[in-house]
Structures are given as structure tokens and as C-alpha cells.
Design a protein around this ligand. Sequence first.
Ligand code: HBI
Ligand code: FE
Length: 275
Amino acid sequence: MTGHYLLDQDWGAYDATDHAVWRRLFDAQSRLLPGRADAPFLDGLARIAGDGARIPRFEDANRLLKPATGFELVAVNGLVPDQVFFALLAERRFPVTRWIRRPAQLDYIQEPDLFHDFFGHVPLLGLPVFADFMQAYGAAGRAAGAAGALRHLARLYWYTVEFGLIETDAGLRIYGAGIVSSKGETVFSLDDPSPNRIGFDRARVMATDYRIDDYQQTYFVIDGYETLFHALDGDLAPVYAALANRPALAPDAVVQGDRVRARGTQAYARAKHAA
Ligand code: HBI
Ligand code: FE
């Protein structure tokens, strides 16, 4: 069923404006991220995305990714149904949107485009432990669907793969694709006093709602990518069952038991739209 959603990248169809948008975003983020993004992300970016002069060819990236972690990129037209997304990840295939935003959307776009998917997600797919987590996440999706627990798994993805922070010897660093692909949130997530920054805990993250139209009010911090991988260890059914009876936590909540690294002021202007 996944095949139905897969397309050719059709690299020849990109016009000069598309390549210019890629180059503009690539250069801006490449200047901003050193000292903010985690080293494995920066290393992966340097290896896989080239010099940023033009939109990369998925087939070129696959020649590097496949031998490294078995992952390959497949071109899609945008979000695919959850079960298709899980099935692709379980087979170590990552769906990359083949169209790129227009110049008017340079600073913010709601749905994932090629820049978000390739620049944000692809560099870490070359890191074995992260690739193993992504494959395990896909495999967990099938079972979660049957358990009616997709929202819990979606929250885990959201607060890690999309908007995760990691504690390193050099300090707090970004690894979430939604942050590294956003100029404003790259700065906000590390420097702004308004969001909470709380130690990652599987059940806590799975219980916490999120919003998709503004910067996050809470960022969860892992101490290593192995923590992500082990978050999917064992049978998740009891975890889902325990969560099913609890009301969801609000995105700005701080609760008993949280390992609070920084409690946000929540003096929270709608930063993204103010940018
Ligand atoms: N489809 N192409 C694409 N990319 C995603 O990141 C994606 C998706 N479908 C569903 C989805 N993500 C999330 O709902 C996951 O949590 C399942
Ligand atoms: Fe994404």
C-alpha cells in the first residue's frame, strides 16, 4: 500500500527559483546552526547535503545513506497517512516531500516541504542509533494503531524527532528537524526564557499535547540518542493502557516528578507570527 504514495523526485522539474529558495535557506541555517545543533546533525549535513548550491538529488543521498544505515529516501507529495508513514519507516525508507516552498513562505510554512524534510530529517538518518530508533518507531506504529494509541506515539515523535533537544558536554543542543529547519525556532528553543525545558521521560512525553502552529511551550531534553532507542523497548501496550485513563497534559504544563532543566516564564508572545 505504500507504493501508491511514492513518486519520482523529478529533479529536472525544479526551476531556478526552487534552487534559489533551497540555497537561501541552506546558507542561512548553515550559518546559524554551528554551536546550536548537535554535532552528529552537523556532521550528517556536511556529508549528505553537499554545498547547498542546488537541491540535492535523493539518489545521491541514497548512495551515502544505504551503506551507512540501510535507510533510503523516497519522494512523496507531502504528508502520507499514519500507517503508510509507519510502514515506510519500518522498512528503513524515509518519505521526503519533493516540492519546496515558494519565496513568500521563506520564514514559515505549516506543512513539511522538501527543505524541512531533507535539511531537517535526513542528516541524522546516517547515525546508526538514530536510524535504528526511526525503524523501531515505524515498527511500533503498526502495534500502536491496533491499540488505538497513535496519538501517544505521535507525541513521542513530535517532542523528539521534530522538536527534541539533547544535553551534551558542550551544553544544550538541538537535534529536532522542526527546529533546525526554522530560523526563528533555532534561536527560540535554546535562548528564550519562555518555554519549559524538561528531562525526557517516555510516559510524560506520550501524555503531553502539542500544537503545530507556533513555537513549542515545552522542549524535552534527552541525554543521548540511546535513550530514544530504549524508549521503544519492550511491550508498549501497558504504557498505552496507563495513559488511556489519564487526561492529556497541556503543552505548557510542569508537573510533579518533572526533571525541570528550566521552568519557562510562559511570557509567551506568539513568537512565530511576530517574526
Ligand atoms: N507523512 N510524509 C510524511 N512525513 C511525516 O513526518 C509524517 C507523515 N504522516 C504522519 C506523520 N508524519 C505523523 O502523524 C507521525 O507521528 C505518524
Ligand atoms: Fe518532520
